[in-house]
Ligand binder design. Structure first.
Ligand code: ATP
Length: 597
């Protein structure tokens, strides 16, 4: 039965400005400084409800701007609280499934406040902080705490945070990335916290996908909430990938994936910046070493690295220091940790350690800046994983592309993904994921000899070495070890020596692919792509809105007008067969006037 609080909203609703949503001028000015000029749909719908004091469950696509949808009204409420009588505890909690997300949301909130020139104490509480560090962070007390459920639960049970102070002061509780909180094993931690949340506390739940976990959380934490399910009016069932992301696949053997990856990057058939997903850390390093030999620099973001190192890699990528980032999903590690936590539920020390590990999370919900292309080198293991990966591009008003390398082993999961996206088996024309049109077989074959030669040189030993070297480098960078190295300089010398030994220079003859090796159609596709994207890049940067609202024109998009088998106009020569094979074909169900993928 429909709940009267359920709201479904399409994009045909009126366009409101941030001012019209009732936001404080200090916040709207702060947003302008950040070049954020117009609210996204979820922001338009959620902000007034939250300001009114309603409990809200908001489900909106990845990258649709959910963070500001709750941060802006939350901060506004904190403004009005800041003059109130002294409190014994925090006014608000934002709980997220991973430390990376805590870091991201904490920085976003701090930067908003800085732009507003308002001083509020907001802290990030992490499980690897010592008790004195936590005590200092909690002194004041802070208006806002950003943390994981496990960390808050530990603080409660150790008496670092007093339950009574939460009961007295908590005004807002926000569970972000709610679809991931339970699968990260935080159910017990949330159950520990909920009894202390005062009845009048406003609760918000934000998620990208709907699931039984979100339902469970809703029942556990919220009181008669307004449910916002934000979809385009043209949407198919379950569509969660932003419509400004074009999704492609390339069929190839598992063995040839390195070769295809090389072809895509070296022939410049994808737009930088590129986020490449692999399923294991070893594959990540294999790919990194392989690409390095061809002069393509990348970094591997993985759960093995300490938290501050992962943050450092993310910040370097986000600030544009390098263009290719290889990322592993951490599902396996997380599941293992959750299992361990259950097995060791009575062993105190070990349990805490494993809780820390369970808070690792590398990719989900992370706002990688300006990623134009997501490549699934390995396919994700579930449709949800695919949605979260692809959602790292085309965020807010930007456009993006995803390319999945699909081997025979991946076909089952690709079928599942297609079904989840709403593809109809009977209708090839309406497929969301279409074959990538720019890479010809000839172009790939022209690189085979070099690629296979180099792939052979990336041995298991080399991978192990590279992985260890990355760790060594990160240890060198680690703030926490500075003191140790000051006292033990010999240890530092040893590490530095090791680091130098393992550095390899890429052979010069592999850096550039001579033009005579590349087939002319692919060469032309690459040049055309570069020119068009350069033009659209400028448009993206300076007129972000127009890409989203008016759509970038299909006629100017080489992914739609070009095939590597020969240049043609998409419109004039489109046939049913071409569409099926990868003419970049038809999103027949796309709404008129939306961004064209
Ligand atoms: N109104 C806006 N206009 C332009 N950019 C925006 C707007 N709102 C948010 N953004 C930007 O869009 C990006 C994505 O936002 P955000 O991370 O909040 O998405 P999300 O919905 O939480 O995604 P996910 O479900 O993947 O976590 C961020 O870089 C953010 O700064």
């Amino acid at each position: 039965m429909e709940n009267p609080n359920d709201e479904k909203n399409g994009e045909e609703d009126e366009d409101l400005s941030f001012e019209e949503l009732g936001l404080d001028p200090r916040l709207t000015r702060a947003l302008s400084k950040k070049s954020i000029l117009k609210p996204t749909l979820v922001q338009q719908k959620a902000i007034p409800l939250i300001l009114e004091g309603k409990d809200v469950v908001a489900r909106a696509k990845t990258g649709s701007g959910k963070t500001f949808a709750y941060l802006l009204p939350l901060i506004q409420k904190l403004f009005s609280e800041s003059g109130a009588k002294r409190k014994s505890g925090p006014s608000a909690f934002i709980l997220l499934p991973t430390r990376e997300l805590c870091h991201q949301v904490h920085s976003e909130a701090s930067s908003l406040l800085e732009c507003c020139r308002v001083q509020l104490k907001i802290v990030q509480l992490l499980s690897d902080m010592s008790v004195p560090e936590m005590t200092v962070a909690l002194a004041g007390p802070p208006e806002l705490i950003v943390s994981t459920p496990a960390c808050v639960s530990t603080c409660l049970s150790k008496g670092i945070v007093h339950a009574s102070s939460i009961q007295d002061s908590l005004l807002m509780l926000i569970l972000d990335e709610a679809d991931l909180l339970l699968s990260h094993g935080y159910e017990d931690d949330l159950k520990n916290l909920v009894p202390h949340v005062p009845r009048q506390c406003q609760c918000l739940l934000m998620s990208a996908t709907s699931s039984s976990d979100v339902e469970k959380l809703k029942k556990l934490v919220l009181h008669n909430p307004v449910i916002l399910t934000l979809e385009d009016s043209s949407h198919l069932k379950n569509e969660v990938i932003p419509k400004n992301v074009q999704q492609f696949l390339i069929s190839c053997s598992h063995h040839d994936k390195l070769l295809y990856m090389l072809a895509l990057l070296k022939l410049e058939l994808v737009q930088k910046r590129v986020l490449i997903f692999v399923n294991t850390i070893d594959t990540g390093f294999r790919l990194k070493l392989f690409l390095e030999q061809f002069g393509i620099r990348s970094a591997v973001l993985n759960a093995e690295l300490p938290h501050n190192s992962r943050s450092h890699i993310l910040e370097s990528f986000n600030s544009g220091l390098f263009d290719y980032l290889i990322a592993t999903d951490d599902n396996k590690m997380r599941d293992q940790n959750n299992m361990d936590r259950e097995i060791n539920s009575k062993g105190s020390k070990k349990r805490v350690r494993q809780k820390l590990d369970a808070e690792f999370g590398v990719v989900r919900g992370i706002d990688f800046k300006n990623v134009f292309t997501v490549v699934n080198f390995d396919m994700s293991k579930s449709p949800e994983g695919y949605v979260h990966r692809v959602g790292r591009t085309g965020r807010a008003y930007n456009t993006g592309t995803s390319i999945s390398l699909v081997s025979q082993q991946d076909e089952k999961i690709v079928e599942k993904i297609k079904l989840t996206l709403g593809d109809n088996e009977d209708s090839e024309m309406s497929s969301h994921i279409t074959p990538f049109p720019l890479l010809s077989r000839n172009a790939v074959e022209s690189l085979r000899y070099r690629a296979e030669d180099v792939a052979k040189s990336v041995t298991r030993f080399a991978i192990k070495e590279s992985r260890a070297q990355d760790l060594r480098t990160e240890i060198l960078n680690s703030e926490k070890l500075k003191a140790h190295f000051e006292e033990n300089p010999k240890d530092l010398d040893l590490l530095k020596h090791d680091k130098l030994l393992s550095r390899r220079a890429p052979p010069a003859h592999l850096r550039d692919v001579p033009e005579y090796l590349i087939d002319p159609a692919t060469l032309e596709a690459s040049k055309s792509l570069k020119l068009s994207r350069a033009a659209m890049g400028i448009q993206n940067q300076f007129k972000r809105r127009s890409a989203f609202n008016k759509g970038f024109r299909k006629s100017r998009d080489p992914l739609k007008t070009f095939t590597a088998e020969g240049k043609r106009s998409f419109k004039s020569k489109k046939t049913k067969g071409e569409n099926k094979d990868g003419g970049g074909g038809g999103r027949k169900r796309r709404r008129k006037g939306t961004a064209s993928p």
